[in-house]
Design a protein around this ligand. Structure first.
Ligand code: ADP
Ligand code: MG
Length: 339
């Protein structure tokens, strides 16, 4: 069995494209580990401005982490019901509506399945079919009862939820909003595969975000020029193990209880809302190219880049002018998805 995490490399690929500035405002940055990933926040401004950001992240983590026994989510999973408050309430509400919007490709109640594959502990295993079919009836966000007026939420017996598919996107957005409220007009936040751009580079040009080749995680295969938006990538290469020559990754198809295998190897979402981008990167990966393209066609709040298992890149129309292949990838076939 082999496991590999490629977040640090991904981070390098981003830094490679951000360049440096000769503007008067200084670049200040901070790197730390939280939410199971390396975070790097880099902004133009005073050193002091970053002080509060790590606290914002650790507050969110302690409210929402499924593994922190004092979190609201752990209490919900243990007791079956709880009254949610603050950011957890906001995020659960937004996430449940995204489960609905994606027709269950995103399903917060996938957690028991994620556990049985060992993705929560690192003790990876391929569960037998009976184990999966006994857990599948518990995977159904429609059985979650949520009262938006009070924040009360309750789960059927044995159902458990987690916010792993959306928490980092929400957290990145919250930090970006905080920094903007405090006068930051230029910065780049990296939370693992989640990038949050604040404004433009200090010279006024867009940020250049490197998107890695999902088949070779040392190489950025394309670059997106982004201003003040989120860019979130979900890929089979982020967390996976191999057994008997087959690769199993951490993005699950809620219909089957197995890793989603619909021909996509990475999905990148670009949009104004970090949480939405995070949730959609996971769920459009589950849908596969055809359904994901239809879903985009009916939406107006995001753009996407898909890489299929034969190495073809599909970009949605709105990214046509902000997309470029890197030098080593000039031969890649790129198709534009139109409305
Ligand atoms: P990462 O957290 O590695 O950046 P994602 O944002 O794609 O990746 O989220 C993957 C995590 O979401 C998994 O580790 C698992 O906890 C959870 N998850 C996996 N499949 C689904 C799904 N179909 N719906 C909701 N959550 C999922
Ligand atoms: Mg996600």
């Amino acid at each position: 069995m082999k496991i590999k995490r490629s977040l640090a490399l991904f981070l390098c690929s981003i830094l490679l494209f951000t360049g440096c500035s000769h503007e008067s405002r200084q670049e200040v940055s901070k790197t730390f580990f939280a939410m199971d990933t390396v975070m790097n926040f880099s902004v133009y401004g005073d050193e002091k401005i970053l002080d509060q950001t790590e606290t914002i992240i650790s507050d969110l983590e302690s409210q929402m982490s499924v593994t922190d026994s004092s979190s609201q989510i752990a209490a919900l999973n243990k007791n079956g019901s709880v009254t949610l408050t603050g950011d957890t309430r906001t995020l659960v509400q937004k996430a449940l509506s995204l489960c609905e919007r994606t027709d269950g490709a995103l399903d917060l109640s996938i957690y028991p399945i994620v556990c049985v594959w060992g993705f929560t502990t690192g003790k990876y295993q391929v569960p037998d079919d009976n184990t999966i079919s006994s857990l599948l009836p518990l995977v159904d966000y429609k059985q979650i009862q949520y009262e938006p007026e009070s924040g009360e939420i309750s789960l059927p017996n044995d159902m458990e939820i987690d916010l792993g598919s959306v928490a980092k996107g929400y957290a990145g957005q919250k930090v970006a909003d905080y920094l903007k409220e405090n006068g930051v007009t230029s910065g780049l936040l990296s939370l693992g595969g989640n990038i949050q751009a604040i404004g433009n580079k200090p010279d006024g040009s867009p940020w250049k975000i490197g998107i890695q080749d999902p088949r070779n995680n040392e190489e950025p295969m394309m670059v997106l020029s982004i201003s003040d938006q989120s860019v979130v990538t979900s890929g089979g290469y982020e967390r996976y193990f191999e057994e008997d020559g087959k690769t199993y990754w951490h993005i699950m198809d809620p219909k089957t209880g197995y890793p989603a295998e619909n021909g996509l190897i990475s999905v990148t979402i670009v949009g104004d809302d970090g949480m939405l981008c995070d949730g959609l990167s996971t769920s459009l990966f589950v849908m596969g190219l055809e359904k994901a393209a239809d879903f985009w066609g009916k939406s107006n709040d995001f753009e996407a880049v898909f890489v299929t298992d034969d190495g073809t890149v599909y970009i949605t129309e709105g990214l046509k002018n902000s997309f470029a292949l890197t030098d080593d990838y000039q031969d890649t076939v790129v198709r534009v998805i139109k409305r």
